[in-house]
Design a protein around this ligand. Structure first.
Ligand code: DMJ
Length: 918
């Protein structure tokens, strides 16, 4: 077992480039450690070189790093200027938040202990960012100003991770600088003394029968003192009890007082004993007196998160294999029940196969980072990619988001977990993709959180409104991870891999595992046998995981790239190769998919070399979906407008376009303006000749031009053309309206629009998937065909051959309508479709039903197929136009009157002219 422990520590180093092995396995062998470092660097570089074309030049990297430093200066400078010595900065009010002076925010305020929280939490960040003057100054201020004995009730968990962790991290850094002999020569471990004092002030919280700590403690009076104003609580969160070991063990080992580590370890022992034995999961809230679970939902986010983190890191920091065994047991359970890549969903610890909620919280974003430490890269990449998609959609991770990536709780208090995981993934893969992710975090913070006095939390990612808070973890964590992400190892002033990050990103030296004797373990029962996997006790090498695949991370990510639909590639190909688990004779899935308009062709037919998958019953098929619905590619809506009586343009059905066949949007179809003018004028002239001129209806515009003495011939000719056309169309329309005959031109304005007009005929068979039985009837008309059974392209071809001048496809899914379902474009069948030249539109079933019932009610139904923006009557105002998707016919004769307007006007004009010419 001992060798396994060392092996795993070495593995952790291999992934995180941590130097644990130097202090454990290879202590005193600088040659080996140098070799390891060189090896790791080389392998990292080779990975980086093989990545997708997202490389980042060193200049760009260092520019972003400078930007991060500038942002830090703005945030820290604002805190020091406007808030210090208060605990936190209120970046909108430009002042400090002092507990008791601001409205109470409930539990959140339990972090505030009047101990200059933000300053203490930021100390070791100053060293990481190489701000050594500022660090020295900040340490002096801390020693001078910070008091730890305030009569304030604080959260044990928050005070431990932020203040005790902050003091310890600062002490470790101060000690490192002092030992170098350049700075901090005056330093006499004062920060460690403060840490010890604080440790003692937190210890009363552990005075429970179980050993699980109280959630709160009064810094001056402890817990059970009558003056303490706390101690009535009966429960705490799992993370609250289980996130003490790193700080308390470090304090014990640095101070020589074992009591801290012992208490923290005892609390972990209780949690381990209380795990649900069937599932090996823990709940979210536990009773601190009897150890009963109060909330039994189990996940990796809020309430539990850092308990798992601390088991893994306790093993790394302290070298005690009990922690690793426990972690591995829990990890197996998490991967079995909670992880549904890329999602991580809470389950009931007693009934873990059932998810208890359909949303995730943002705290779980740390988990991919922990998976990297564990060497489980694939699910880490998957979940991280999912989180990245969510940030792309909502700018930041909302506090909670649904499994459909919608906002469940829109707040974003500038949490660092996503940056943390990004940093770990970059360390493990060397893939510059993660630098781009980091860059996007930097840009979004500057664009959407930066305010004149610092950075403000986002109240709701949907509105972008700000909240008057800048939590201390923003300075403690966010800037460390971002700065380190964009720093080369040799640009840092100390070896970051000699340290491990606490949950608040404070630095503790991995040398602690050997520099001080470990505290004696108690008699905790041995862990049950863990279902071991490849990496339980072996190096999680990327080469083992993804042999000879330098773009493994990309390959994994690609499957999750468009989860939220954001950033989908512009013309996504509808053709995809998939593996379908089909049983020997079970082709029903193929038929079923086909009925949905998806064709599946075995790949041998499609010309592929491989026809069958490696496994029996798996067929490789070419999948051709015949619709696309890409949010980025705007689908231009079309309409089917019913123009024959009694509809007269008032029924308008929203329709979807096709990517093949006649393009109704770009091309001019039907009767053009000039054509209609010529046509009508010829009609007019014929009529004049036919009825011997004098009886012919006079041309009112000719009359006007004569009166206005337009002598100029071309102009007169043009006016005559127009007037003739208008006059004729008005007359014909008027006659048609009164007689109920379908007008030869839909309505006057139809002449000036691109469209296809025709009367509709239902296809037989309705799906148009077999030989067309009513070809004669269809010829010269617009065909109505039901979706399904075969591809749109196949139907269109058949109907075109039968003589149809257009096709309206009607959805076969009951109840579908354009109000609720986004429009999509019909695409071809994966092959060339240039032979299909007639126009094609698609109607959802509710709109389709209106059209078919119109056909049942009226033997002749003429329709126009045209772009929605050119809807008849909409812009001209001649018809009352509806904004809704469907405009139903009414008995309102107003619109008929309106349609007669041109004729009426011209009659009036004529009468005036006649009167005047007499
Ligand atoms: C930090 O205070 C710590 O990381 C903690 O474990 C949970 N998350 C907050 C920041 O989001």
């Amino acid at each position: 077992m001992e060798s396994r422990v060392h092996y795993t520590i070495t593995c952790w180093r291999q992934l995180c480039l941590c130097s644990i092995c130097i202090y454990t396995t290879f202590q005193g062998s600088p040659g080996i450690s140098m070799m390891l470092r060189a090896l790791l660097l080389t392998s990292l570089l080779s990975w980086a070189n093989g990545q997708e074309g997202l490389t980042m030049l060193p200049e760009e990297k260092s520019k972003i790093r400078d930007q991060i430093v500038e942002m830090f200066d703005h945030a820290y400078g604002s805190y020091m200027k406007y808030a210090y010595p208060a605990d936190e900065l209120m970046p909108l009010s430009c002042r400090g938040r002092v507990r008791g002076l601001e409205p109470n925010r409930g539990d959140i305020d339990d972090s505030l202990g009047k101990f200059s929280l933000t300053l203490v939490d930021t100390l070791d960040t100053l060293v990481v960012l190489n701000k050594l003057d500022e660090f020295e100054d900040a340490v002096r201020r801390t020693l001078r100003d910070v008091r730890l004995d305030n009569d304030v009730v604080v959260s044990v968990f928050e005070t431990n991770i932020r203040v005790l962790g902050g003091l310890l991290g600062a002490h470790v850094m101060a000690d490192m600088l002092r030992q170098r002999g350049e700075r901090m020569q005056w330093y006499r471990d004062e920060l460690l003394h403060m840490a010890k004092e604080l440790g003692h002030r937190l210890l009363p919280a552990f005075n429970t029968s179980s050993g699980l700590p109280y959630p709160r403690v009064n810094l001056r009076y402890g817990v059970l003192n009558p003056l303490s104003r706390t101690g009535t609580e009966s429960d705490t969160c799992t993370a609250c009890a289980g996130t003490m070991i790193l700080e308390f063990a470090a304090l014990s080992r640095l101070s020589g007082e074992a009591v801290f580590e012992e208490h923290a370890r005892k609390a972990l022992d209780v949690l381990w004993e209380k795990r649900q034995r069937g599932s090996d999961l823990v709940g979210t809230v536990i009773n601190i007196h009897n150890g009963d679970w109060v909330r039994r939902d189990s996940g990796v986010g809020a309430g539990i998160d850092s308990y798992y983190e601390y088991l893994m890191k306790a093993y790394i920091l302290l070298g005690d294999n009990v922690y690793l065994e426990r972690f591995n047991t829990h990890y197996s359970a998490i991967m079995k029940y909670i992880s549904q890549p890329p999602l991580l969903l809470n389950v009931h610890m007693h009934n873990p196969t059932v998810s208890v909620r359909s949303w995730m919280d943002s705290l779980l974003a740390f988990f991919p980072g922990l998976q990297v430490l564990r060497g489980d890269l694939k699910p880490a990449i998957e979940t991280h990619e999912m989180l990245y998609q969510v940030t792309k959609q909502h700018k930041f991770l909302p506090e909670a988001f649904t499994t459909e990536f919608r906002v469940h709780w829109g707040q974003h208090p500038l949490r660092p977990e996503f940056a943390e995981s990004t940093y770990y993934l970059y360390k493990a893969t060397g893939d510059p993709y993660y630098l781009r992710v980091g860059q996007s975090i930097v840009e979004k913070l500057n664009a959407h959180a930066r305010v004149p006095c610092g950075f403000a939390a986002v109240q709701d990612v949907r509105t972008g409104t700000h909240e008057d808070r800048m939590d201390s973890f923003f300075l403690a964590e966010m800037f460390k991870y971002l700065y380190l992400l964009f720093s080369e190892k040799n640009q840092l002033h100390f070896d970051i891999d000699d340290y491990i990050f606490t949950t608040e990103a404070h630095l503790l030296p991995v040398s602690l595992s050997t520099s001080q004797p470990p505290c004696r373990g108690n008699n905790t029962e041995a862990p049950t046998a863990v279902e071991e996997d490849l990496f339980t006790y072996s190096c999680p090498s990327t080469q083992t995981l993804f042999p000879n695949n330098p773009s493994f991370a990309k390959t994994i990510r690609d499957s999750y790239k468009y989860l939220t639909g954001v950033g989908r590639a512009f013309h996504a190909s509808p053709d995809r190769g998939i593996e379908l688990p089909l049983h020997d004779h079970g082709m029903e899935p193929v038929e079923f998919l086909r009925s949905m308009g998806i064709s599946l062709t075995p790949l041998n037919e499609a010309g592929a070399t491989e026809t069958h998958g490696a496994h029996e019953g798996v067929y490789r098929v070419k999948l051709v979906a015949e619709v696309t619905q890409t949010p980025e590619e705007e689908v231009v809506p079309l309409i089917v407008q019913l123009i024959s009586p009694p509809y007269l343009g008032r029924m308008v059905l929203t329709a979807g376009p096709a990517k093949f066949g006649m393009d109704l949007i770009k091309q001019e179809h039907g009767v053009s303006f000039l054509e209609s003018c010529i046509y009508l004028y010829l009609l007019y002239m014929s009529l004049r000749i036919l009825i011997k001129d004098r009886h012919a209806p006079p041309n009112p515009l000719k009359c006007i031009t004569q009166r206005l003495k337009f002598k100029y011939l071309p102009m007169s000719a043009f006016v005559l053309y127009i007037s003739g056309a208008l006059w004729m169309s008005a007359c014909v329309t008027t006659v048609c309206i009164f007689t109920g005959i379908s007008p030869p031109f839909s309505l006057t304005h139809a002449m000036f629009l691109s469209q296809v007009k025709g009367s509709i005929v239902k296809t037989s068979p309705y799906t148009a998937c077999g030989p067309i039985e009513n070809a004669q009837e269809l010829s010269g008309h617009i065909a109505l065909a039901l979706r399904g059974d075969c591809m749109f392209a196949a139907k269109a071809r058949r109907l075109q051959e039968a003589g149809a001048i257009g096709v309206i496809f009607i959805d076969h899914r009951e109840g579908s309508n354009s109000a609720e379902t986004p429009l999509f474009q019909m695409v071809g069948d994966g092959g060339p479709t240039a032979d299909i030249t007639i126009p094609l539109v698609f109607l959802f079933s509710q709109e389709g039903a209106l059209l078919t019932s119109a056909l049942e009610d009226h033997s002749n139904v003429d329709v126009l197929m045209l772009p929605k923006e050119r809807q008849l009557g909409k812009r001209g105002g001649l018809w009352s136009s509806g904004q809704s998707n469907i405009m139903l016919p009414t008995e309102d004769q107003g619109s008929i009157t309106a349609s007669m307007l041109p004729a009426v006007l011209q009659f009036a004009c004529l009468l005036i002219c006649r009167q005047q010419s007499k």
